[in-house]
Write a protein that binds this ligand. Structure first.
Ligand code: PRX
Length: 653
């Protein structure tokens, strides 16, 4: 049975409720009245949240909404880096720790707000020396080290939008993102540490830059000290940043000045450059970080395990927490290096109070066994968060029990690269949570579950999740692709933002996310489009045609299953070597996260008479289900042949 169906069934029997303890509720940042306040006057509510930031000039109007384009806090002037750093130092909080950094090999750094500000000022001065000006795009391709945050904040400080590309992406993926944003500078590192060894990053940048681009310089942080090939274009970070002045007075930018571009997969092969601006984005990330995670900046130790290469790392490692003056843990490596208790050891070492992570990691911990968390003192934890994909009730209960000691509220937070910040989540001091449900929209946000005609389905029914009112952190478009922006998000239901997710309302109106309804897969909380993987496969000379589906996977949420037709003359006999080659080919084209879990060689793909591949049927096969209605197929026998082929492939395993 697929996970989707399973969670639907669980939903029907889910009677468990977990209200906050009276102690938690009494001290919570967000109290029940906040819903009512936001409801009464939504724009006034958002103005109040924006007021928590430092603006050089206050806005003249809150919102200008010309669907599908929103402007927030119009006329306001603000600097993101000043909000994250300068104001804390100016208000006497310079000695507070911003980051406890833990390198995978065990090296550590403690960085205060004052030190972080100095580093950001120096890095900003270095960018200026290199010739970067407000509006220029900077690509950042880094491991999870403090310099990644410094680089982002230095860009923000001088008004140069950053485009962070996850360090696990391939050279090809990096190049296409550099080209699309027309980046002028790349900031990278020699490499980083992962799984007990140094991996290299700089060679991928060199490889990428063999293509067409306008990159003038490459700034390289020395992390691993491995041998690194060098060109005239390259500058060591420590050489240029090291000698800069520690003074830099930040200029404020318009509230709608571009802050960053972040690429994400959609239903076509070409990733979308999701584009965010400053004032509204910062307002919503700061507010949600405080209300949803209940942050007490003086006493909490916050740890969001996301990499800065994803939106979660942007909003809840860099911008939200720093604006709120949080003390955070940043960890470079993998959770099982050098042992499966590494995350728990770090929680105990720093006394982490708030942990924000992904269901895929929670399920991995469950598989590894309770002895790993139980070997460490996790009593400092007081709140747990989840993000990236639906969390199944079993994993939710395990998280609550084994990690949270049955005392920590869990916030299951739904949002997207496009939404910029949390949209649907319990409030930890208010909501009686249900295991597996993200519950309801946070104050200030509006969503509906609707049918094909955009009519709300009502309680007890499922449908499409839409966002029917503009919100401050919403994307302002797809970089350079206005028509695609409208087509992708605003056309299925004209004038309404469609998020791509299916959802169900239970009898009490709580929201249960059911995964994507489009051709986007969610593998370990990362979005990968079926088309992206298909085009990577057909770019290999052995492949004539490919169809890719996301199949339910107990550990990663979904796993990538590919069906390929080989070109005539390609021997199928040495299948294993070829399949390994194809998997590696996909990794080279996109990155290791997109490697198919399974590739099946088939002679035909199920197509309708008009030639459309029926992925739904392939999904049935990949998920070991009885194949659904195949009557519209041009050749109804195809599915029997594919199922047969799958069966014999499994017998060989
Ligand atoms: O399908 C939803 C899923 O992740 C998608 C957004 O992916 P991305 O832009 O990479 O951002 C991930 C981190 C914010 C959504 O469309 N998703 C995210 N959070 C949840 C979720 N699905 C269910 N429950 C969640 N809490």
């Amino acid at each position: 049975m697929s996970q989707e169906h399973e969670s639907l069934e669980n939903l029907l029997q889910e009677n468990r409720r977990f209200p906050p303890s009276p102690q938690f509720a009494a001290q919570a940042n967000a109290k029940p009245e906040i819903y009512e306040r936001a409801e009464r006057d939504r724009l006034a509510f958002w103005e109040e949240q924006a007021g928590a930031l430092t603006w050089e000039k206050k806005w003249d109007a809150v919102l200008d909404w010309q669907p599908p384009y929103a402007k927030w806090f119009i006329g306001g002037k603000i600097n993101a880096s000043v909000n994250a750093l300068d104001r804390h130092v100016a208000q006497g909080r310079g000695d507070r720790v911003a980051f406890y950094f833990e390198g995978e090999p065990g090296d550590t750094q403690t960085i205060t707000y004052a030190q972080l500000l100095t580093e950001v000022k120096k890095a900003a001065n270095a960018l200026i020396e290199i010739g970067i000006k407000a509006g220029d795009r900077v690509a950042i391709y880094m491991p999870m080290i403090p310099e990644a945050a410094v680089a982002m904040l230095a860009c923000a400080r001088i008004g140069a939008p950053h485009s962070v590309v996850f360090g696990g992406f391939s050279a090809d993926a990096l190049l296409s993102r550099i080209q699309d944003a027309d980046a002028k500078l790349v900031i990278t590192a020699d490499g980083g540490f992962r799984k007990g060894a140094a991996f290299a990053l700089k060679p991928a940048v060199d490889e990428a830059l063999k293509g067409q681009h306008n990159v003038e310089k490459v700034l390289v942080v020395q992390r691993t000290k491995q041998e690194t090939a060098w060109t005239d274009r390259d500058i060591w970070w420590h050489d240029i940043v090291g000698r800069q002045s520690t003074e830099h007075v930040a200029e404020s930018f318009d509230s709608e000045h571009p802050l960053f571009i972040l690429y994400t997969s959609g239903t076509t092969a070409k990733p979308k450059g999701i584009f965010h601006t400053t004032g509204g984005y910062l307002t919503q990330v700061a507010y949600t970080h405080k209300a949803v995670f209940d942050l007490k900046a003086e006493s909490d130790i916050f740890w969001c395990t996301a990499d800065v290469g994803w939106v979660t790392g942007h909003s809840y490692v860099v911008y939200g927490p720093l604006i709120n003056g949080a003390t955070q843990v940043m960890y470079e490596g993998t959770p099982d290096t050098p042992h499966k208790g590494r995350v728990f050891e770090i929680i105990a070492k720093y006394g982490v109070t708030i942990l924000y992570t992904a269901p895929t990691l929670i399920r991995t911990w469950m598989k590894w066994g309770d002895e790993f968390p139980k070997a460490h003192n996790l009593h400092s934890l007081r709140l747990l968060g989840s993000v990236g994909e639906p969390i199944n009730p079993e994993a939710w209960m395990w998280y609550r029990d084994v990690i949270g000691g049955n005392r920590c509220p869990i916030v299951d937070t739904w949002w997207q690269t496009e939404t910029g910040a949390i949209m649907i989540s319990p409030l930890p001091g208010v909501t009686a949570t249900k295991p597996g449900s993200a519950m309801k929209t946070i104050p200030g946000i509006s969503a509906q579950v609707v049918d094909e005609n955009a009519v709300p389905v009502g309680n007890g029914r499922g449908g499409f999740l839409i966002l029917d009112k503009p919100w401050p952190a919403m994307l302002r478009g797809i970089w350079g692709e206005g028509a695609r922006y409208k087509e992708t998000y605003w056309s299925r239901f004209p004038g309404i933002y469609f998020a791509g997710d299916g959802a169900k309302l239970d009898d009490e109106g709580a929201i249960w996310l059911l995964g994507r309804v489009d051709d986007v897969m969610n593998v370990s909380g990362h979005r990968i489009s079926t088309t992206e993987v298909e085009s990577a496969l057909v770019s290999h000379e052995a492949v004539a045609e490919a169809a890719v589906v996301g199949a339910a996977d107990a550990m990663t949420g979904q796993g990538i299953v590919a069906f390929v037709i080989l070109r005539t003359g390609i021997a199928h006999a040495d299948g294993v070597a070829l399949l390994t080659e194809l998997r590696n080919h996909v990794a080279k084209q996109i990155g290791a996260i997109a490697k198919p879990r399974q590739i099946l060689v088939v002679n035909e793909l199920p197509k309708t008479r008009s030639g459309k591949i029926m992925r739904r049927l392939l999904k049935d096969v990949a998920e070991d289900r009885k194949v659904g209605d195949a009557t519209t197929l041009a050749d109804p026998n195809v599915m029997a042949l594919i199922s047969q082929g799958l069966k014999s492939a499994k017998d060989e395993d």
